[in-house]
Ligand binder design. Structure first.
Ligand SMILES: NC(=O)c1ccc[n+]([C@@H]2O[C@H](COP(=O)([O-])OP(=O)(O)OC[C@H]3O[C@@H](n4cnc5c(N)ncnc54)[C@H](OP(=O)(O)O)[C@@H]3O)[C@@H](O)[C@H]2O)c1
Length: 275
């Protein structure tokens, strides 16, 4: 579990949804995957108004029927909807598509042209109205968080969702320490680099040593840090089961050193990457 700044506990391992609900031929498998993940306890579910331009939220409304109360549901607002009033409108549309009365966490998808103070005011009015329980940001680098935290109520930011996996270790240099210092958890997106990590070398060795797949080893590596959540997307039930099992895999010091040798940690500031 990961602790939010207000003390609430959220599962460290959840489910991504980018691309789900867009292909009728895959719908049955996708619904089975989401429901299996929730049954297994991966009850943190991430989506966004952007995914399929609303189709993914609609899909999740259907996939989570009867399970909503067990889920910590996260959605995101487009930056161009993130004015004080726009964020409220966008949230209400997301709620309708998801068939729910509230979101557990609402994120600004990335930083755009709207002043941050306006977005925060919109988030706070949604919170006061009970339509969201927490709010946060995504794709914010250290300087963006510093600006946010200097605003009235900016410190209510509960999470920063960023690209973080073995091949994207830039946040370790200063972003992660900054967030850890303030108790803001990182939610790692694309923790498997969309299944494009180099599967040879260190990952293959470690996977063989532990009797797991390289994807399970890569996921366990993201989850090794306390205060870090991961939201792998899996449209196939067998992938959901494998990801769930990765929760119990603990990488030892020699494993971590071998991974550091191939996927080097950052030695200087790298601007935050995004997909
Ligand atoms: N905030 C942002 O800007 C942002 C950006 C990108 C993503 N996200 C969020 O983060 C979530 C995850 O990122 P992602 O979807 O980009 O990529 P990802 O989770 O790193 O990778 C997804 C890919 O990995 C495959 N996979 C999953 N588990 C596997 C396993 N155990 N073994 C082998 N292959 C496996 C999936 O296959 P199948 O689907 O065929 O099972 C899919 O092709 C997204 O779905 C979205 O919710 C947020």
């Amino acid at each position: 579990m990961v602790t939010l700044p207000d003390g609430e506990q959220v599962p460290a391992l959840g489910l991504g949804s980018w691309g789900l609900g867009e292909n009728p031929a895959r719908r049955r498998d996708e619904i089975a995957s989401v429901r299996l993940g929730v049954e297994l306890g991966m009850t943190l579910v991430d989506t966004a108004e952007m995914y399929g331009e609303g189709l993914t939220e609609q899909f999740l409304g259907e996939a989570l029927a009867g399970l909503r109360d067990r889920v910590f549901l996260v959605s995101k607002v487009y930056p161009h909807h993130a004015s004080r009033k726009g964020v409220v409108r966008a949230c209400e549309q997301s709620l309708r598509r998801l068939g729910t009365s509230h979101l557990d966490l609402y994120l600004l998808h990335w930083r755009g042209g709207e002043p941050l103070a306006e977005t925060v005011a919109g988030f706070e009015s949604l919170r006061a109205a009970g339509k969201i329980r927490h709010w946060g940001v995504s794709n914010f680098d250290t300087g963006d968080l510093e600006e946010l935290f200097a605003l009235p109520q900016g410190q209510r930011c509960a999470v920063n969702q960023v690209l973080y996996n073995l091949s994207r270790r830039g946040p370790e240099f200063d972003l992660l320490p900054w967030m850890e210092g303030r108790g803001v958890p990182l939610m790692a997106y694309s923790p498997l680099e969309q299944a494009h990590l180099d599967q040879g070398g260190a990952l293959a060795e470690i996977a063989a040593r532990h009797g797991v797949t390289c994807w399970q080893a890569a996921l366990a590596w993201v989850l090794r840090r306390p205060g870090t959540m991961a939201i792998p997307k899996a449209a196939r039930p067998e992938h959901v089961r494998a990801n769930h099992a990765a929760r119990d895999l603990h990488l030892a010091e020699p494993d971590l050193a071998r991974l550091d040798a191939q996927f080097a940690p950052p030695r200087r500031k790298r601007p935050l990457e995004m997909l």
